[in-house]
Write a protein of this length. Sequence first.
Length: 190
Amino acid sequence: MGIFEDFSRFFENRLDDFLSKNPHLELSILEEQLQQQEEDTLRLIADLQKQEKKLQDEILTTAQEIERWHNWVNKAREKGRLDLAEAAAEREAALLRQGNQLWGKMQGCKERIEQAKDIYRKIKERLQEVRVKATQVEAERHRAKKAQQQTPPGWNKSYSFDSNADPLLEKFRKWEMDDELEQMKRNMGK
């Protein structure tokens, strides 16, 4: 297993080095990841909203059932059927507990929706920042490429100026010596 971990670490380091030398690619990958997170968060929000709607429907149905059993409790008491009134009251109490549980679930669902929306907003902001940075990096790459194309030929080439092997230097030296000889001849001729 150690050799695979070493290879994995080696490739991760190489990838990190490559991405650090190519920030536009790193930003592109980050943008892609953020877009995926954005989509996932939107799906989560939609799922949570469906759950919330389902819970609201269940709460409404439970409330209607509570109302029906409450009416039966009152009706049974009016008619002197305390056995039915007691059983109906127990059912009403059970439905109230169920309704409270559903209400708690719905409140939890609403909180999760708000948290997911907050996360979505943060992802959108981060995505916008990454896009701005990517635009800046791309513009900088374009400027650097343009500047490189505008550099006069030979300016970016390196030369070895070994005085023994440089023919241009030899020509200038010979020219200067010839010029000095001419100057001396003129001075002697005066």
